[in-house]
Structure formats: structure tokens, C-alpha cells
Ligand binder design. Structure first.
Ligand code: ATP
Ligand code: MG
Length: 560
């Protein structure tokens, strides 16, 4: 935990922690057990970080522990790559699960035995209706469902059919096992929900052992009970499933009696937090990969240079509530800037360079200029930057015919080069197209360090780099992936921001940046926060802009 993260119990109070506090005080539990139960069918996103921080955070604050349990009940969509990425991302966020990760598939044998037990007690039956008929006969919110013609099969027939389903005798979709509850129940989840479906698929962990797979509803609560989970915390869309969760726990000889609690999922403006959509963004090539820095995945945020404390602080600030809401993405950006302003070392980079020749600086001479690594943390020390006759400055720090309030470099105007000297523009070289290719300047040797002994002032301080002693870099500038505050998940492609990535191929950075492999984000003065990308090679440095310095985005939104 860092200094920006405050963690007092008082600050973190929410209705779930209140329930837990009361359960400990009343002696109902001595230890709290939570779990984070991702389905390994995609990478984790910032919404999952909320659930992770809640479940693992509770285990840190109260006596107890949190399990990582993969809900691997649908082999058609699940992959080892996702299992691996999920573990890496939870660790990277700074959380540790108790012991080894668990898998719902570890419990397939036990779940199967319990299903047979339900059959024997007349609480489950094999249904031969098609998927379509099952759906139609389930009824609606206003109309009760219809009993399946197979609902009154004998226990012996059900058992025989279920065993043959398990043995792989029937094709996908031929039959299902359903709980026998009440087709007229007001809660549709209680209208004979499906417990098992036939699926001939290779499972990442159990291989081809199983031809039938349990539903989420059947597997989840029982897995909680097997692990001794006390508080099974999930998102609000499962609220209507709770009566079913409780029905299984009541009917089955489970070793413990967990309770389900629901909280509001995280929604973020300009972002879609749905694995289905994120999967499609990757598959259809709208982004390069799951860890594309524009993705709201944990892997994307990491690659973009967002430090874990910023994400932890963000989920702490948004809190845990029972009402759905949409959080302004500016809140996440605020937390990222706050953390990086504290932690990132300062460097200089010129994103769109134009050459400056200091005409009165001796040819071949080079001196070293001292630069501060962090203005608020002098322990971070200083570094040396070469200064010579040829430099680079930012193209837009110069204007040949400036408007009134433009104080940066223009013909005849004097400015300060950060840490170095005052320079004055004496000439402009343009190409045939009229573009500025080089600026001729003079410097005042008496202004070394950035102040004039005669007390004269300049209105602008600009960053710069030496031409020979800086290094080339490709810099990737990211904007929101979506152009609309609430993208339409059903038709998300139409809402994509066509300008979400800008690549600057000719940027220059301080030489030392090219010579380290550091994955720490740094601040480029006046530009923002940047981090080395994994696409870098020894020949070609690639940097991602994590975020700009100021909240230009919020300002633009405010304008429209
Ligand atoms: P999808 O995005 O496809 O709906 P999911 O949310 O079902 O996926 P899981 O892998 O089942 O993904 O999620 C694991 C846990 O993370 C669940 O407990 C789920 O409630 C929680 N979770 C998922 N999305 C969010 C979110 N946006 N905010 C908070 N918690 C979330
Ligand atoms: Mg889910």
C-alpha cells in the first residue's frame, strides 16, 4: 500500500462490510471466507477490479481469507490463456489468494453425485424437450410456465438417462437435467432451472472426461459451500438467482451454508465492460490484442502504464453500493494522474521535433545540464542532459506569425529552455512546401541555469533535447476507444472512436530512456505520463502515453 491509499475501516464502510462486522460481532462466524470467481472466458477488466478489491480487501481487513476460483463450467468458451492472465492480473493488482487457485471443475464429481441425489429424491428430472421448447414453455413475467411432458418420469428412468448423458451416449442439446421446483413460480429462475447440459467439448482441465457440464447456478453455490465461503459476493444481476442459490443449499447435504450478497457492478463512461464485447473487439481486430492499451482490461491498463495503486484508489473512491450507476471515466483518470504525479520521475521528450541551431554556440562543444528528477522528491536526485549547438524543440512551441498571446518561440522572441539558457529566434528555414524545417537561434551564455543576471524576464519555458545525444522513439498516443459516453453494447462498432490511436514515429527522448528496460511510467515535462511498451526492440524504442498532464478530455466534453 502506498501513502495515497488510506485504508481505515471507517473509510471503507459499506453495506457488505457492515453485514460482515455484525456477523463477526454476533459470533455467527469467526472467520470470513470470500472468493473471486471469474469465468476464464476472457481477460479481466476494470469492473472485475472492483470485485477483486472487495473480495480480497475484505479478507485483508477481517480475519479470514479469499479464494480465487475459476468458474470453468463452459469449456466451449474457456481457455488456458485466460486462466493464466487472470492469475497474473490479480497478482499485479496486489492481491493474494489463499493457497492454490480452485476450479469449479475440481468439484465436478461431487456436483454429479449431488445431482443423482436430487434425482433420487424426485427433485430433478431429465427433459428431452428442445432448447427452443424449454424456453417457450418457461413462460413470461406475467404468464406461468408449462410443465414439461417429461417432468413426471420415474426416478429410475431419470437416473438411467442421466447416467447415459454422462457416458456420452447423446448428442449436444439432446437432453438436459432440470431441477423440479415450480413452473408457476413468480421468479422465473425457479421454473425448473437447467442443472446439466450435454456438451461434447475438450475442457482445459478435465479433458474429455465429461460430456455433461453443470450450469452456473448449480455449480456456483455448491462450490461456495464446499470451500466454506461465508459471504458469496456477486453483482446485482444475480439478485433474482438468490432464491435458487438458497434452494440448492437447503436441499443438498452441503458442508456449509454460504450466503449470497449482491452489489452494483461498475459501469464507466466511454467504456464497455462486457467480456462478450471485449472478446469481439479483439477477434474483429478493432484493437490489437487483449492488452491493447486502449482496452479497459487490467492487462491493457498495465501496458498503458497505469500503476496498481491508482486502480486500487479508484475502486476505493467509487465505493460499494446497491444501486447501479455509471462512473465518470474522469474519476479513473484523476486517480491515475494523482498517483503518477507522486511516483513518476520527470524526463524530457520532444514528440514532434523541429531542429534548432544555436548560431553563437561553438561547433563541436557539448556541456552537461543538470535536471531534477522529481520536484517534490529531491531524494530522487538529478541527471545530466547534454546541451550543444543543435537541439530539438516541439513544433508547436514555435510560430512564425504568432497571435498576440503566444509567448513561446517566434521570430525575435526570447524564451527559456528548461534548466539551460534563454534563446532568441533569429531565422526560419522552410522547405518548398513552406514547412518550417529548422530554426536559427542565438543563446545568451549569461543565462545558464535559466535566469538572466540583468533580471530580464521571459514568458515561456520550453522543453528541448540535444539533437545528437537524444534518441529516436515511436510514441503512441491514445484517446478513448469509444466516441460516445454510453456506447451501445449491442452495436458497439458504430460507437468506436476512429481517432483512438495516433502514432508519432519521429519523437525524440533522453538517451538514458532508450538505454533502460524500465517499465515504470515517467512524466515527460509538459506532455504527460509515458511508459515503455513491450513492442520496443534494441533498435526501436516504443512508448505509450499513459495519460496527458491535464484533463483536456473533460474540458472538451464540457464544451459540447
Ligand atoms: P461479462 O462481462 O461477460 O458479463 P462476467 O461479469 O460474468 O462477464 P465473470 O468472470 O463471471 O464475468 O466475473 C467474475 C466476477 O466479477 C463476478 O463475481 C462478477 O460479478 C464480477 N464482475 C464482473 N463485472 C463486473 C463489474 N463491471 N463490476 C463489478 N464486478 C464485476
Ligand atoms: Mg459471470
Amino acid at each position: 500500500m502506498t501513502t495515497t491509499e488510506s485504508a481505515t475501516a471507517e473509510e471503507r464502510r459499506d453495506f457488505i462490510r457492515d453485514i460482515i462486522t455484525a456477523d463477526l460481532a454476533s459470533g455467527k462466524y469467526k472467520e470470513i471466507v470470500t472468493r473471486f470467481p471469474p469465468e476464464p472466458n476472457g481477460y479481466l477488466h476494470i469492473g472485475h477490479a472492483k470485485s477483486i478489491a472487495l473480495n480480497f480487501g475484505i479478507a485483508q481487513e477481517f480475519p479470514g481469507h479469499c479464494n480465487l476460483r475459476f468458474d470453468d463450467t463452459n469449456p466451449a468458451k474457456e481457455e488456458q490463456e485466460y486462466i493464466d492472465s487472470i492469475q497474473a492480473d490479480v497478482n499485479w493488482l496486489g492481491y493474494k489468494w489463499a493457497g492454490e487457485p480452485f476450479f469449479a471443475s475440481d468439484y465436478f464429481d461431487r456436483l454429479y453425485e449431488w445431482a443423482e441425489e436430487l434425482i433420487q429424491r424426485g427433485l430433478a428430472y431429465v427433459d428431452d424437450q428442445s432448447q427452443h421448447d424449454i424456453r417457450v414453455n418457461r413462460g413470461t413475467l406475467t404468464e406461468p410456465g408449462k410443465n414439461s411432458p417429461f417432468r413426471d418420469r420415474s426416478a429410475a428412468e431419470n437416473l438411467d438417462l442421466f447416467r447415459r448423458m454422462k457416458a456420452g451416449e447423446f448428442p449436444n442439446g439432446a437432453r438436459v437435467l432440470r431441477a423440479k421446483i415450480d413452473m408457476a413460480a413468480g421468479n422465473i429462475n425457479l421454473r425448473d432451472p437447467v442443472l446439466y447440459r450435454i456438451l461434447h467439448a475438450h475442457h482445459p482441465r478435465t479433458g474429455t472426461k465429461w460430456s455433461i457440464y453443470p450450469s452456473y447456478d448449480y455449480a456456483h453455490g455448491q462450490s461456495d459451500a464446499i470451500e466454506g465461503v461465508t459471504h458469496s459476493i456477486c453483482t446485482l444481476e444475480f439478485e433474482d438467482h438468490r432464491p435458487l442459490y438458497d434452494w440448492f443449499i437447503e436441499k443438498l447435504p452441503v458442508p456449509s451454508k454460504p450466503h449470497q450478497y449482491e452489489f452494483a457492478r461498475l459501469n464507466l463512461t466511454y467504456t464497455v465492460l462486457s467480456k462478450r464485447v471485449l472478446t469481439q473487439l479483439v477477434r474483429d481486430g478493432h484493437v490489437a490484442s487483449w492488452d491493447d492499451p486502449r482496452m479497459p482490461t487490467i492487462a491493457g491498463l498495465k501496458r498503458r502504464g497505469v500503476p496498481p495503486p491508482a486502480i486500487r484508489e479508484f475502486v476505493k473512491r467509487i465505493g460499494v453500493a446497491k444501486a447501479n450507476s455509471v462512473v465518470d471515466c474522469g474519476m479513473l483518470e484523476f486517480c491515475i494522474r494523482e498517483e503518477l504525479n507522486r511516483s513518476a520521475l520527470r524526463r524530457m521528450a520532444v514528440l514532434r521535433p523541429v531542429k534548432v541551431v544555436i548560431e553563437n554556440y561553438p561547433e563541436g562543444q557539448v556541456e552537461e545540464i543538470e535536471a531534477i528528477n522529481h520536484p517534490d522528491n529531491l531524494d530522487a536526485g538529478t541527471r545530466k542532459i547534454a546541451f550543444g549547438r543543435e537541439l530539438y524543440i516541439e513544433q508547436d512551441d514555435f510560430m512564425e506569425n504568432p497571435p498576440k498571446k503566444f509567448f513561446r518561440l517566434s521570430p525575435g522572441n526570447e524564451v527559456r529552455l528548461r534548466y539551460a539558457y534563454f534563446i532568441k529566434c533569429t531565422g526560419v528555414v522552410t522547405n518548398a512546401a513552406g514547412e518550417v524545417t529548422e530554426l536559427r537561434c542565438t543563446y545568451d551564455p549569461a543565462t545558464k541555469g535559466g535566469n538572466a543576471p540583468d533580471g530580464r524576464k521571459v514568458k515561456a519555458t520550453m522543453h528541448w533535447l540535444p539533437a545528437a545525444q537524444s534518441r529516436p522513439a515511436e510514441i503512441r498516443i491514445y484517446d478513448q476507444l469509444f466516441a460516445k459516453p454510453s456506447p451501445d453494447a449491442a452495436n458497439f462498432a458504430a460507437d468506436l472512436n476512429p481517432q483512438s490511436l495516433e502514432i508519432l514515429k519521429d519523437a525524440r527522448v533522453e538517451a538514458a530512456i532508450a538505454e533502460t528496460n524500465s517499465s515504470e511510467a515517467m512524466q515527460f515535462e509538459r506532455q504527460g505520463y509515458f511508459v515503455r511498451d513491450k513492442d520496443s526492440t534494441p533498435e526501436r524504442l516504443v512508448l505509450n502515453r499513459t495519460i496527458g498532464l491535464r484533463d483536456t478530455f473533460a474540458k472538451e466534453v464540457g464544451k459540447t
